[in-house]
Design a protein. Structure first.
Lengths: 322, 479
């Protein structure tokens, strides 16, 4: 498969000119818009739909140094059937683990349609050589990951070396494209590009990094590693949703968005869905195009789901730990 | 069928206890009008009758002005300023406590979305009382001399677009400066003013300091021409404002401030933060159904980004939710009255007849009540009526410009001059524009932002005098 039209190399200077020529983002205005959308009231049938949609969009994540095979098995079981007592609960979109646990995760979710996402390219800091980063990505894919969550070189981005960032993303994209389809899933592995917006700081940077990642071939743009504060925020996600919307208008290719880190409650998740609905539009309201990188979020969604169905709020002891 | 259809989320009406009929609030008591006349106020969203309200005649006006005069002389002007401040703080706190009730009532009577009455109107109402409560015992620091004196009795007439907020803009500074007030709310939106009268009772405000007279134009005329009124403050149409100015000119003792119409330019440069500019355009003209005197009703877009801005704007307008004002997800509510709806329709038809292209997003209008879809006119020239006359509805006229000088020229080419907006990432250009735009308020990379500490008022046919901030105190002091 050849590289898509939008991932052809753009000379460094014109890349910079392009990114700096994007319309600015007024932070006050973006925050006000996000706050206004956060005041939408989602009740009854709308809430039912939103809770199930949010569950089905979760990349159930564990990214700790202390992760064990047992932890990953438990998480995969939860991903397959989030609430053992209720078979109407949808399964989550993916499980997200470090590369050395990808093989185990892949075996655990085999045949369920749940994707295996693995962070790679020296997650979370990205501070190593390109060779190591590419090897990391190949290793994850070989282990069974069909989604690669790579990090960008934030140092290079902040220093204005956009070409380096672009080249690295494009190189990982090539690895992804050169990989055979994992058994049981269609197509090549997907590439998610983590911008680590908490280190990019300004919304102008978020918009530029979003476009840079999309031009270099990202299938998804993701806010954060979860290791940096602030992680996902509504204004940052708003700007990224505007970027994927405008990118599709300009290039005809749809790119997904994944806020990750810090989204813990059903209320938060519903706010993100409202943001998607009224910014990028309902084409993105699908696990193929919008994901939540989260761990504790799932249990709150389950609790709210039970509350909505039964009228009773049963408390965290009635839901399994990941 | 949309994937994510927001279910109805109506704010409960139960918090509001409407009376069948309301009297006039004179000298601390509710009383019927002298001749027993009354009128009905309806909900513009459903045409449901909400309550019957007394109509004040000349005898009632006289009684209210006399009560205000007595309260001014015996109580309010001799009260230590700090005590006046305490009353205002108390009123501000009660408004906060009853904010939800007042917001629901405002949306019922006015037709504006509850999201706006809850998140914009009511917080600003309380803020105005808090802000002016703070001034009450610090007037010697306002820059009007060591001991600025109040004027006496203020006769105040307010419009229907922000009923309680306009009341706050009028009553809070009047009282803080030591004046007493007789206020007439608009005939289509009297209910929050009457509830405010209850709040005055609840706060133990001395009788006669605030008097509320409900009625229509005749009542307003009787109030502003009453010889016992020392100060006239009016917010409303330019036509009525001119009439008041003529009437008051016969009595040179009367101090007058007028806040009238507008036809504000919202100027978007090619280097603007475009997504936020589109939000600002929407907020500028569709906030409160465009019933905003400082609405950004003329959009001036730099030609190089015209197509892009228009495409974004159309896409954004398709997401606006029009309907039940009490639904928490409603963005655009009802037009306030049948008369206003007729005016908006008439001007929109004139726009089409003069050759401008009319566009509205797909949008189902409720069968009952007064509704008008968000509307955008393109291909508008400076000569069109829709570019010159205040529509006071959700109708945007789009014009283009090529250079900053042309933008200023077009923006200023209006008999009005209340507000303007500038959208650009260039700080220097904001300052350059602000110093050339003939408008009382110039917003930079935002629109329709209000704060009690910021003076508000117009140039030319938008009126004279300022409200809010240190400058606004001047209107209620003998300086």
């Amino acid at each position: 498969m050849s590289a898509p039209a939008d991932s052809r190399t753009i000379a460094g200077s014109s890349l910079r000119e392009f990114l700096h020529g994007l319309p600015g983002v007024d932070q006050v205005g973006a925050e006000a818009r996000a706050a206004m959308l956060a005041s939408r009231s989602v009740k009854t049938t709308a809430k039912q739909w939103a809770l199930d949609a949010a569950i089905s969009m979760i990349d159930l994540t564990t990214l700790e140094g202390q992760d064990t095979p047992g932890k990953v098995r438990a998480m995969c079981a939860k991903a397959r059937r989030p609430d053992p007592a209720d078979r109407t609960v949808p399964k989550v979109a993916a499980v997200c683990v470090y590369p050395d646990l990808a093989r185990l995760a892949a075996a655990e979710v085999k045949g369920t349609g749940i994707h295996v996402a693995s962070v790679a390219t020296a997650f979370p800091s990205g501070r190593t050589s390109l060779e190591v980063k590419l090897a990391d990505a190949r290793y994850a894919i070989a282990a069974g990951a069909d989604e690669v969550d790579m990090v960008i070189d934030r140092g290079a981005f902040l220093a204005g070396d956009y070409q380096l960032v672009y080249d690295e993303i494009a190189a990982v994209r090539e690895v992804v494209e050169g990989s055979a389809a994992p058994s049981g899933s269609a197509g090549r592995p997907h590439l998610k590009v983590i911008l680590e917006t908490g280190e990019l700081v300004t919304l102008d940077n978020v918009r530029r990094a979003s476009w840079l990642a999309m031009l270099a071939g990202a299938d998804f743009i993701k806010t954060s590693t979860g290791k940096v504060t602030p992680a996902a925020t509504l204004p940052v996600t708003l700007v990224m949703l505007e970027a994927v919307r405008d990118f599709r208008d300009a290039h005809g290719r749809q790119v997904g968005v994944k806020p990750a880190g810090g989204i813990r409650t059903a209320k938060d998740a519903i706010r993100y869905l409202v943001l998607v609905n009224e910014t990028a539009g309902e084409d993105w309201l699908d696990p193929r195009w919008f994901r939540f990188g989260a761990s504790s979020l799932l249990n709150d969604l389950l609790m709210q789901r039970t509350k909505l169905a039964t009228g009773r709020y049963s408390g965290p002891d009635y839901f399994t730990l990941d | 069928m949309p994937k994510f259809e927001y279910a109805p989320a109506p704010e409960s009406r139960a918090i509001v206890s409407l009376k069948e009929s309301y009297g006039l609030f004179i000298d601390g008591q509710f009383t019927p009008s002298a001749d027993g006349r009354a009128f009905k106020t309806i909900s513009p969203a459903t045409e449901e009758v909400l309550a019957e309200v007394a109509e004040a005649g000349p005898a009632d006006v006289d009684r209210a002005v006399t009560a205000a005069r007595t309260a001014y002389e015996r109580t309010w002007s001799v009260l230590p300023p700090r005590e006046r401040g305490k009353y205002l703080f108390r009123i501000a706190r009660i408004i906060q406590e009853r904010a939800r009730e007042l917001a629901v009532l405002e949306s019922l009577d006015n037709g504006k979305p509850i999201r706006e009455s809850r998140d914009v109107d009511l917080p600003l109402v309380a803020a105005h009382f808090f802000y002016h409560a703070g001034w009450a015992d610090k007037l010697e620091y306002a820059g009007y001399g060591p001991a600025p004196k109040p004027l006496g009795v203020a006769g105040q007439v307010i419009p229907w677009n922000f009923p309680l907020l306009m009341l706050a803009w009028k009553i809070a500074p009047a009282l803080a400066c030591g004046n007493t007030a007789v206020l007439k709310p608009a005939e289509t939106t009297p209910l929050t003013a009457l509830t405010f009268a209850e709040i005055c009772q609840q706060a133990d405000l001395p009788p006669g300091v605030v008097n509320i007279l409900t009625g229509a134009g005749e009542t307003g005329r009787a109030l502003v021409t009453h010889p016992g009124v020392d100060k006239v403050a009016f917010t409303g149409s330019t036509e009525v404002g001119k009439e008041i100015a003529r009437d008051c000119a016969r009595d040179p003792r009367k101090k007058v401030t007028l806040e009238l119409g507008g036809k504000a330019a919202n100027v978007v440069f090619e280097d603007a933060p475009l997504d936020q500019a589109v939000e600002g355009i929407v907020n500028g003209i569709f906030f409160n159904q465009g019933h905003v005197c400082c609405a950004g009703s003329r959009l001036l877009v730099q030609e190089s980004v015209y197509e892009q801005v228009l495409a974004s704007l159309r896409r954004r307008l398709a997401t606006l939710r029009l309907g039940d004002p009490l639904d928490k997800n409603t963005d655009v509510g009802a037009i306030n009255s049948a008369a206003q709806l007729a005016k908006i329709r008439e001007l929109s038809e004139a726009g089409e007849a003069e050759g401008a292209q009319r566009w509205s997003p797909p949008c189902e209008l409720p069968v009952k009540g007064f509704w008008f879809p968000p509307t955008v006119f393109t291909g508008v020239s400076q000569a069109h009526r829709i570019a010159r006359e205040e529509i006071f509805g959700p109708v945007l006229s789009v014009l283009t410009f090529r250079t900053p000088a042309e933008a200023v020229e077009k923006a200023n080419n209006t008999p009005y001059g209340l507000s303007a907006g500038v959208w650009t990432d260039k700080g220097s250009r904001i300052l350059w524009m602000a110093s050339r735009l003939r408008a009382g308020v110039v917003w930079a990379n935002t629109f329709n932002k209000f704060d009690p500490s910021s003076p508000f008022g117009g140039y030319q046919e938008s009126g004279y005098g300022r409200e809010g901030g240190r400058h606004g105190l001047e209107a209620y002091l003998d300086v």
